[in-house]
Structure formats: structure tokens, C-alpha cells
Design a protein around this ligand. Structure first.
Ligand code: PMP
Ligand code: GLN
Length: 393
């Protein structure tokens, strides 16, 4: 306290250390297998790492790169959107490179919200959404994805989404494929979101960082639906797709006016993003389809390896259609509190996981859900499953 008031401003009060940092520190401290924070234990393609080394050596990007991102990367992003989804973007005015998707989310919230604006976010929501909405002075309005025990997946209730819109709603913050549930919104669901956004004149910010990690169904960008091109800010990132989460290269694609708004905020957050990595990711986006196909196939196999193992160990398992996370329920163990369970797990069996309960406003909705990541080597996943088998005894 100074001057009789807390140091941390009131918008950030309640946002302590992120659950990912907390649980990764716990993993290091206890020497546990870390199936918590989502980062691969194998780096991405050698040729992409070498492209970054080459850029460093050749002096490309060692000084401030252009604010919106280096032209090579902006063009590669625009080409990727066209080739994959048929979306056209002018690399000069409709693409913005950011310091990971995290900065893109922050800049979008700071750029597009006025204090008091409501933001609808699917709950459980990725932790930075809550903090960024709060920093921008917005009010978060969660719409809860409900587990469907028949299909073993989570579903969006479109009636609930529609009912959450009020005259104060400024935007919907969507995430598909969805972390932590692994839900991939279907064409019908996305069409309904698009209709709602158009009817109520809402903006939509869509976080698509897992766009290439879809095992069933397909990823369809919301921006491709009628009427959405002008009201959607699409966000993605190289971290997940190319297994270089430490490089922090992300991007925004949107109409010129929306990119210009987000850029206005971004330029005062980081000004620019790390130069040499941008050249490397420009090459990564041009990797042949075989890279994306085999990356996905490998992760699908790991999903099944971990999912089957968790089920055999006694967890209730929700089957993710995308992302590299599996949400489970610990009720079969007679346990109800995911946070307490995750804090005790290293001690009990040397494994770290993430309690989904921290991603909910509704304390009951996610109380017994625990998330495990499968972006780890097969022998790590097998060892983790072996250790978790001990829980039931
Ligand atoms: N959005 C979601 C849904 C995520 O899971 C993550 C985690 N990486 C991010 C955004 C942040 O991405 P980046 O590392 O590119 O900032
Ligand atoms: N997106 C990663 C996850 O969900 C974590 C990234 C972070 O630590 N902020 O595990």
C-alpha cells in the first residue's frame, strides 16, 4: 500500500500469477511430468529453426522491424488465409504481426472497448481473456460450454449465447478450436454466431491459434461467413502450429479499419515484434501440406494414447476434436475440487495438470474438471499414464 491504496490497480485486482506459471513452477519444484502448460517438449522443424539462425546471421530483423510486421511475413499470412480458407487480405493494410496471439488479444480489447462495454466469452475461457477485458475496462459475460456426456464433448448452447446479448454488448470473443475443452465449433454453430453478430451489429474477435490442430470436423474461420468480413478480427499464432511457443509470433487479419484500430493499440504495447523470427515463420507458413498433415496425425495419435490412458486410470474423459488438451472429470475418484486435486497431484504421483475451474466464473460449472496436454513425447505420456494409474488404488 502507498497513499492508503493497493499498488495493483483495481482492474487487475484478483489476477494473481497465471495458472500456467503456477503449475509449471510446481512441476519444476517437484520434478514432476508437466502435462499442464501447453508447450511441446520437442521443437518445431529444423529448417525453420535454421531459417531464424540465418536471419540473425544475415542481419535481417536485428533492428526494429516495421511496426505492422516484416512484408515477407505479412504476405505469407495473407497467402495462407487465401490458400486455406479463400479469404483475401491486403498484406499492407489488413494483416498485423503481433507478439504472439496474447498481444493480439490485448491490443484488440484495448482498441475496441470502451469502459462498461460487455464482452461475451465462451466459458471455460483462456485466462488472458478475462485479464485483457478487465484492463480495457470491459465487463465479461460468460456463456458456458456444457459437457454432453452422451457424445463425450462440450456443446455451445446457441439459445444461451443469444440471450447473453444486451444493448451493452460490444463484441463476442470466440475461441475455436477451444482451449481447454477441445471443442471445434461446427459450421451450423458458426453460422448462428455470424447471424447473431450481424443482427445485433456486434464485432467478433476470434482466437484461432489451434486452427491446424483439428482431428475431427474442420476449422472454418468465422470471417468467411456472409457479413462477417467487416466485423471480425481473426487472431492466430505460430506457437502451436510450428511448435515454437517461445518465439511469440502471432498475427491479426481483418478489414483495414479493424487492423488499423488494433495496430493503434499494438504500437504502444510492444511497438514491434521480434524481427528474425518473423522471417522464419514466413517460411514456416509456406511449408508443404505434408508438414501440417503429419503434425496433425502425430497429435491425433498422442490424443488417443493419453485419452485411452486417462480413461483406464479412472478419469472421465471428454474427447477433444481439436487443440492439444484433454479435459477430464475427477468425480469418479470421489474428488470434487480440481484445484486442490492439481495442487496435490505432484505429491501423489509426480504429474502436473491444470484445473479448469480457474477458467470459469460459475464456480460449480467446472469445479471437478482437470486438463492434461498431450503435446509431449510418447514415453512421457506413457509414463504419466502409468503414474496416474496409481490414483485409483
Ligand atoms: N489463445 C489460446 C486459446 C491459447 O491457448 C494460447 C496459448 N498459447 C494463446 C492464445 C496465446 O498464444 P501465444 O503464445 O501466441 O501468445
Ligand atoms: N496456451 C497455453 C496453455 O493453455 C499456455 C500459455 C501461457 O502460459 N500463457 O497451456
Amino acid at each position: 500500500m502507498t497513499q492508503g491504496r493497493p499498488l495493483l490497480n483495481r482492474r487487475l485486482a484478483g489476477f494473481g500469477t497465471t495458472i500456467f506459471a503456477e503449475m509449471s513452477a510446481l512441476a519444476v519444484r517437484t520434478g514432476s511430468l508437466n502435462l499442464g502448460q501447453g508447450f511441446p517438449d520437442t521443437d518445431g522443424p529444423d529448417e525453420i529453426r535454421e531459417a531464424a539462425v540465418r536471419a540473425l546471421r544475415d542481419g535481417r530483423g536485428n533492428q526494429y522491424p516495421p511496426g505492422p510486421g516484416v512484408p515477407e511475413l505479412r504476405t505469407a499470412i495473407a497467402d495462407h488465409q487465401l490458400r486455406r480458407y479463400g479469404l483475401t487480405h491486403d498484406p499492407d493494410t489488413e494483416v498485423l504481426v503481433t507478439a504472439g496471439a496474447t498481444e493480439a488479444i490485448a491490443a484488440a480489447m484495448l482498441a475496441l472497448l470502451e469502459p462498461g462495454d460487455e464482452v461475451i466469452a465462451l466459458e471455460p475461457y483462456y485466462d488472458s481473456y478475462a485479464a485483457c477485458i478487465a484492463m480495457a475496462g470491459g465487463t465479461r459475460v460468460p456463456v458456458t460450454l456444457r459437457p454432453d456426456r452422451d457424445t463425450g464433448t462440450f456443446r455451445l448452447d446457441l439459445g444461451e449465447l443469444r440471450a447473453a446479448v444486451t444493448p451493452r454488448t460490444r463484441l463476442i470473443l470466440l475461441n475455436t478450436p477451444h482451449n481447454p475443452t477441445g471443442t471445434v465449433l461446427t459450421r451450423e454453430e458458426l453460422a448462428a454466431v455470424a447471424t447473431l453478430a450481424c443482427e445485433r451489429d456486434l464485432l467478433v474477435v476470434t482466437d484461432e491459434v489451434y486452427e491446424h490442430l483439428v482431428f475431427e470436423g474442420e476449422h472454418i474461420p468465422l470471417a468467411s461467413f456472409p457479413g462477417m468480413r467487416e466485423r471480425t478480427v481473426s487472431i492466430s499464432s505460430a506457437g502451436k502450429t510450428f511448435s515454437f511457443t517461445g518465439w511469440k509470433v502471432g498475427w491479426v487479419t481483418a478489414s483495414g479499419p479493424l487492423v488499423s484500430a488494433v495496430r493503434t493499440a499494438k504500437q504502444y504495447l510492444t511497438y514491434v515484434s521480434a524481427g528474425p523470427f518473423q522471417y522464419a515463420i514466413a517460411e514456416a507458413l509456406r511449408l508443404p501440406d505434408s508438414y501440417f498433415d503429419s503434425f496433425r496425425a502425430d497429435l491425433r495419435r498422442k490424443r488417443d494414447l493419453l485419452g485411452d490412458g486417462l480413461r483406464a486410470a479412472g478419469f472421465e474423459v471428454y474427447r477433444p476434436r481439436g487443440t492439444y488438451f484433454i479435459t477430464t472429470d475427477i468425480t469418479p475418484f470421489g474428488e470434487k475440487d480440481a484445484y486442490a486435486f492439481c495442487r496435490a497431484l505432484p505429491e501423489r504421483c509426480g504429474v502436473v495438470a491444470i484445473p479448469n475451474s480457474v477458467f470459469y466464473d460459475d464456480p460449480d460449472a467446472g469445479r471437478s474438471q482437470v486438463r492434461f496436454t498431450f503435446c509431449k513425447k510418447d514415453d512421457v505420456l506413457r509414463e504419466a499414464v502409468d503414474r496416474l494409474r496409481g490414483l485409483a488404488s
